[in-house]
Design a protein around this ligand. Structure first.
Ligand code: HEC
Ligand code: HEC
Length: 360
């Protein structure tokens, strides 16, 4: 036989393919749910971080086409390849082509950066793996901006990546998307098939990947259940709270202030921001239990967990004095006679009664 594409060989081993599929699905999910499902979002972030660690390792000990040494080339080869593919037929690589190889590295690094920035943001809320770290000097707004900027950067890289895959599929008359699903590519029969790796390496790679995916599923489906249960309406005392504390203003959802602030407020109702809001001690006890149960707390991620960022100690009595609140509303309440006042959440957040402040 002459050099015809008659045979197919496995180019992408199953670990690479499962990794690729998992990153695709998880990133899309994390991008989509953002603040709506904070716990799910966090666990997807951790899982992506661990998957990147797996892929970096597999890039050194994995099968030949998965290795960085196999597909990372110098700038000369990248330029040569890009110039070639723009014009027409070009040398066909069985594994990643020089441009595709560096795209993989760019994607891995930007995913890594985004996940680490997410963990830093979590630390500002007093939760996540860095919860115990002193974050008082961390630039919260900058980190938040960088986190969403790098997530958008990944999106842009994905568009380029898919564009590149489609272009080289077209130039080489082959379906590279299917190749990443089946793992197989056609080879000229004079291509040397590369040696297999030892079973020990398979064992290390496979057990690592399976463990990471197991962790991810546990995080999303077991830990993430908190995202779907609305604790504040389940807690006893919700009706009393609406009646007593919703008389003059929005009955602020308990998740907007830490337990210490609520306790302070209840202790000083006879002079409540200039008003008398006194209640009998029995009602106060019911309200105290209700507010404590749903209070803003690092252990209870919720829609408003971001309000925990840079929380002073002791915390303020007003939601509108929380540092993150002031950042979110920076442009709105600078004038002393701003209308409506910051306390009138529902004037702007029309779903405020339900505890949802993401919509205006
Ligand atoms: C008699 C009317 C009245 C009642 C009853 C009342 N409040 Fe208030 N509350 C006020 C006023 C007035 C303010 C100040 C509003 C402003 O500055 O715009 C306020 C402000 C607040 C704020 C600060 C809002 C901000 O600016 O972030 C919180 C929190 C609060 N109240 C909680 C409660 C709780 C909890 C209860 C029930 C125990 C309660 N209030 C009952 C009148 C009342
Ligand atoms: C004058 C209008 C206005 C008032 C009053 C107001 N907000 Fe906002 N709020 C906004 C705007 C505008 C944003 C920014 C929305 C954005 O960036 O998507 C925002 C953002 C937020 C966010 C961040 C949402 C997110 O997750 O992106 C929270 C939480 C929030 N507000 C809570 C409150 C609470 C609690 C009150 C009452 C104590 C309040 N707001 C009063 C206009 C207002």
């Amino acid at each position: 036989m002459t050099s015809q594409r008659s045979d197919t060989v496995v180019v992408w081993d199953w670990l690479v393919r499962v990794f690729h599929g998992a990153v695709l699905v998880l990133f899309a999910l994390a991008y989509g749910v953002e603040n709506d499902w904070p716990v799910v979002h966090a666990y997807i972030g951790y899982t992506l971080l661990l998957l990147i660690v797996f892929r970096l390792l597999w890039g050194f000990i994995g099968t030949s086409y998965a290795r960085f040494s196999k597909f990372l080339t110098g700038p000369g080869q990248i330029l040569h390849y890009l110039r070639g593919i723009a014009r027409g037929p070009v040398h066909r690589y069985i594994g990643h082509n020089p441009a595709g190889g560096w795209m993989i590295v760019a994607l891995l690094l930007s995913l890594l950066t985004t996940a680490l920035l997410g963990i830093a943001l979590f630390a500002l809320e007093g939760s996540g793996p860095l919860a115990a770290v002193d974050v008082s000097n961390w630039p919260g707004p900058l980190l938040a901006q960088l986190h969403s900027l790098s997530a958008d950067g990944i999106m842009a890289l994905i568009v380029l990546h898919v564009g590149g895959v489609l272009l080289s599929s077209y130039r080489h008359r082959e379906n590279l998307i299917m190749a990443m699903v089946s793992g197989r590519k056609a080879v000229d029969d004079n291509v040397r098939v590369l040696p297999l790796i030892s079973w020990q390496r398979w064992w290390v790679g496979a057990s690592l990947l399976v463990t990471i995916l197991g962790f991810g599923l546990w995080g999303i489906f077991i830990q993430g259940r908190a995202d779907f249960s609305d604790t504040s309406t389940e807690l006893a005392g919700a009706e009393d709270y609406l009646e007593e504390c919703g008389a003059c203003h929005l009955a602020y959802p308990p998740g907007l202030l830490p337990a210490a602030s609520w306790a302070q407020l209840l202790a000083g109702l006879e002079d409540h921001f200039g008003d008398n809001a006194e209640l009998d001690s029995e009602t106060i006890q019911v309200l105290a239990r209700y507010l404590r149960g749903g209070a803003l707390s690092p252990g209870q991620p919720s829609h408003s967990s971001r309000l925990l960022r840079n929380m002073p100690d002791p915390p303020p009595l007003r939601i509108s004095e929380l540092p993150q609140f002031q950042i979110d509303h920076r442009a709105l309440f600078t004038a002393p006679d701003a209308q409506p006042s910051a306390s009138q959440c529902a004037k702007c957040h029309r779903r405020a009664v339900t505890g949802d402040f993401t919509l205006l």
